[in-house]
Every structure is written in C-alpha cells, then in structure tokens.
Ligand binder design. Structure first.
Ligand SMILES: Cc1ncc(COP(=O)(O)O)c(C=O)c1O
Length: 473
C-alpha cells in the first residue's frame, strides 16, 4: 500500500510528454531581449498576446468595472459573498451572446443551457465525467491537443482511442479512419461513448469541413449512447476562409427529424483563454441542450467555479457589443498578419506548413530535416531545436501524430521582433544543417544532414548561456 493514492502517482497525466518538457526547458532559460538574448524562445505555448492593448484600453475607459463598482457605488460585498455555482445571470447572458456573435449570429444559445467552469480544461473533464464511465472510451482525431491526455483521461479513467488522420489528405477525418478507430476500441474491449473534435483544430489550425461533420453525424446516428463533443475554444481565431462553422449551425440546418436524434448528444466546450487571450482568468463553459447533462455538469462545476469578480468584470466587457465587434475584427486581422509572418519566415528557411485559417499556431512540416523517418529522429531534431537553436516547439508525437516530422509552432505569444529573431534562428539552423540556404536536402540521405560539421560550428552550446549565437552578434 503506497503513501499516496494510485491516481496521484499514476503517469497517465502525460506530464512527461515532450509538450510539457519543452515548457520546463524554456523556464530554465527563457529568452529576454535584454536580460537573456540567447535564451529559449517559447513557441510551444498557444497564448494570444496580440490584442491586450484593446482589452487594456477598454479597462481604462471603464474604471468602475475593475474597481468593483456599479454606477459609482462599491459592490465589493455583493461580489465577495456571491457563491451560487450556477453563475451570475448577467455573465451567462453576455457569454452566450458573445458565442453567438463569433458564429455570425447564425445560431443562438440559451443561457440556461450553459455551465460555467474554470477554463476549457475543467469543461472537458466535467463533460467526460458526465458522459462516460471509467474504462469507456472517446475517439479523437489525431493530431490532438496534448493536454487532452490529462483532461479527458487522467482523473476520469476514460480512454482515448485515436482516429488516425494523415498528411495524405491534409489530416482530414475519413470514414475509414473513423471506422478503424471504432474497431480498435472494440478489440481493446472498450465501449465507445463518443467522438471529441476540436474545431478549429489544435494543432492543425484548420476548421472542420461540413463533409467531416456529415461523417461524424452518420457515425453516431444509430449508436444511441454516443455523443459528439466539439471543443470550440479557438472559434474566434478564424482569420481567413473557409469561415468557421460550429457544430450547432450544422444541427440547426439539418432537417428536424434527423436533428432530433442528435440534440441531446451534442455538446460544445468553450473558453475565453484563446479568443480573448485570458487563460489566467480561468473562464470556460459547457453548452448542451441536454437538461440532464446541464444539471449534472452544474453540480460538478462546484469543483471549478469562475470567481464572481471575474464574472462581473467580463459580463460588463462582453456586454459591450461595440467593444466585442471591434476586438474580434482587429484580433483576427492581427492573427492573420502573424500567421503570414511565420509562413514567410519558415518558407525562407525552406520549411512548409499545412494550409491553415485559424488558431495561434501552424502545423509545420519538417520531415525533410529528419535523419530517418522515425519518431526517434523526430526527438533528435526536436532536442536540437530546443537546446541548440533555442526555440521551444511541440513535436507532432506529443500530439499523437502518426507521421514523424511534424511540429506545432505558435506565433501569437511573443512580440514581432521576437518572432523575427525566431525566424532567423530557423533559417540559420536549416542553412547550416543542410549545407544550403533554405533548400533542405532529403531526410533519408545516409549522410545525416543534421550531423553536418558546419552545424556544430555555429550552434550555441547547451551549457553556455552567455555565449552569443552567430545570428545575434
Ligand atoms: C483544444 C483545447 N482545449 C482546451 C484547452 C484548455 O484551455 P483552458 O485554458 O481554457 O483551460 C486548450 C488549451 O490550449 C486547447 O488548446
């Protein structure tokens, strides 16, 4: 018998994934323009820091709100005592209106069907607790957000079975991949309780197509205990076409007889961590038309409520339509510009990305830089990029991608100058590791290009923090 519980000591949390290890390495040697210019640049964190000025300007213009005042009078006591885990009605209303606005008001949401949670992390876990028993499974298309191993599996004991998507069709969900995942689960004696998709996808930065939705609905249609969860945390980040289509829009467009089969089984997860860039505020939500799910999730939400002062502040901010309109437009423009910068910078280094239209990251193809077509080679390349090039990016294997050589690279959590420096580092790295400038040689070449001696001539040595890398001299 151990001192701690099995849950506390088991490793299904996934904290030893390279996704989290990269963060740890970054923490030990973080880049700072002045204090540590040779440090690691964090490109493994999907944060949106591009539009803080807009939020700050709103706060400046509305000082009563952060000052816990209403019409000039303090409401401190009211906020200090508020403990209803159903949430502030005014906040729930502002939040559902904001969600509708992001979806072009093509759908509306009923505030009575929303459950507030401490971020999407808590929303996803709570939903899984509501929908599945320990030992049952959810199917997830790969590559998927590395945090799902923690959020969906760890405490619930529910399993994730991957729907293997590949670069052959740009990582789209196919009928055969869906069927294969279902068969894989059955072989493992796992009862499948549903499918969870992220729309737009983390890490792909792409939106789900209507064709993919049709496949998913066909798949669950006659399987009456199966659910479809759509994590739409990046819904407000869609910056170019095709436009974002929410699962709710698809349901609404269906003929009512078909839709009736699904209303009780479709659930949305949302959060303000990405669209508003507020992961520290811990504001998430579950939206479901299923009353039993809403009731159960509301009871469970007492373990991860949103504080009343946060709700008060955000109900005022999101209730200001002029602000939210301006914010959404401007934020999407900025994201688009940033994504372009990353694409152009990587192209100059001879690196291509999956075509994307959303998110805070690109799905980057570095297969040609691998010394062999293996995950060991992917790790070898990743370590070089973290320790020598000093960029923390996330290897595809941490997202359960089935093909080695893909990486998620974030672009919205740093300044433009820092992104430019990161692009320089990439370019130098590729140039020196391939012996050419930007056009890289074949991965399968036996004279492993990454072991090229010219590479070691310029790389920053792991141990010497204060040594200057050539491109920064
Ligand atoms: C797809 C997805 N779901 C959920 C989360 C967790 O978000 P939150 O900060 O709201 O808990 C993230 C965070 O990166 C995410 O990418």
């Amino acid at each position: 018998m151990g001192l701690l519980s099995r849950k506390a000591t088991c490793n299904s949390h996934g904290q030893d994934s390279s996704y989290f290890l990269g963060w740890e390495e970054y923490e030990k040697n973080p880049y700072d323009e002045v204090d540590n210019p040779n440090g690691i640049i964090q490109m493994g964190l999907a944060e949106n820091q591009l539009s803080f000025d807009l939020v700050e300007s709103w706060l400046d213009k509305n000082p009563d709100v952060p000052g816990f005042k209403r019409d000039g009078k303090s409401i401190f006591r009211e906020l200090a005592l508020f403990q209803d885990y159903h949430g502030l009605p005014s906040f729930k209303k502002s939040l559902v209106d904001f969600m509708a606005q992001i979806r072009g008001n093509k759908v509306t949401f009923d505030p009575n069907h929303i459950v507030l949670t401490a971020g999407a992390t808590s929303a996803n876990e709570t939903l899984i607790f509501c929908l599945a028993e320990e030992g049952e499974a959810f199917l997830l298309p790969t590559p998927y957000y590395p945090g799902f191993d923690r959020d969906l599996k760890w405490r619930t004991g529910v399993e994730i079975v991957p729907i293997q998507c590949t670069s052959l069709n740009k990582f789209r969900i196919t009928e055969s991949a869906l069927e294969q995942a279902y068969q894989d689960a059955r072989k493992r004696n796992l009862r499948v309780k549903g499918v969870l998709v992220t729309n737009p996808s983390n890490p792909l930065g792409t939106t789900l197509s209507r064709a993919e939705f049709n496949l998913l609905f066909d798949f669950i249609k006659d399987k009456e205990t199966m659910h479809l969860i759509s994590d739409e945390i990046y819904s407000g980040t869609v910056f170019s076409s095709p436009r974002f289509v929410s699962v709710m829009e698809i349901l609404k467009e269906m003929n009512p007889t078909d839709a009736a089969k699904f209303w009780n089984r479709v659930h949305i997860v949302y959060s303000l961590s990405k669209d508003l860039g507020l992961p520290g505020f811990r504001v998430g939500a579950i939206y479901s038309e299923n009353d039993a799910v809403v009731a159960a999730a509301t009871k469970m939400s007492s373990f991860g409520l949103v504080s009343s002062q946060t709700q008060y502040l955000l109900s005022a901010m999101l209730g200001d339509n002029k602000f939210t309109n301006k914010y959404m437009c401007e934020n999407q423009k900025r994201l688009k510009r940033r994504q372009r910068m990353l694409l152009t910078g990587l192209q100059k280094a001879g690196i291509n990305c999956l075509k994307s239209n959303a998110g805070l990251f690109c799905w980057v193809d570095m297969r040609h830089l691998l010394s062999s077509n293996t995950f060991e080679a992917e790790m070898e390349l990743w370590k070089k990029i973290v320790y020598q090039v000093r960029l923390n990016i996330s290897p595809g294997s941490s997202c359960h991608c089935t093909e080695p050589g893909w990486f998620r690279v974030c672009f919205a959590n740093m300044s433009q100058d820092t992104l430019n420096l990161a692009m320089k580092r990439f370019k130098n790295f590729v140039a020196h590791s391939t012996g050419s400038h930007g056009t890289s040689s074949s991965s399968s070449s036996s004279s492993s290009t990454l072991r090229n001696s010219s590479f070691s001539n310029w790389v920053f040595r792991l141990s010497s923090r204060h040594h200057r890398a050539p491109e920064e001299r």
